[in-house]
Design a binder for this molecule. Sequence first.
Ligand code: S3P
Length: 181
Amino acid sequence: MVNEFSMREKSIVFIGFMGVGKTTVAQLVAKKLYRDFIDIDHEIEQEFGMPTTDIFEKFGEAMFRQKEKEYVFKFSEQPLKIIALGGGAFLQKEIREQCLDNNIVFYLDISWDSWKDRLHMLVDSRPILQNKPLEDIEELFNERKSMYEEHNSSLNTDNTDVEEIANYIIDSLKLAWELYE
Ligand code: S3P
């Protein structure tokens, strides 16, 4: 379903690899624009009453992906939301199409060199990274990159702080709103 919201009303979706900062950036953009912030992983964790790692372990990845699709569809059809997707959500063609048809999709990019310095902070809470050698994670990182290529706007986040990233995104949104309204 394609919604009828104007460019200004469309919800904004953040995509990108695990740990790039989607949640932090989206939360700040939401605050600056006085909009509701939705974190899809958090919605799923709330429903199950447990962290993602336990959901993967007890119910399997397929169940997590199903829930991910349900929540993305629910919120992407509403106006004026700022939504952070989990890094694997765009693996699902239906999610990709739904977001690209209805929302403004921002891709937060990062280089492998910058990202790998964060790995130690991420591994405990990301089931996808657990028990994987660094080379396999790099391969996954590169595979995922091509999946994120479908977006409306992108930004490399290397050496840029959250405040700068959020301000850049808001400036670019304002420009789009002016141009297309
Ligand atoms: C996943 C990314 C995670 C979370 C889950 C699976 C993935 O979200 O949805 O652990 O497959 O890339 P973040 O991108 O917020 O870490």
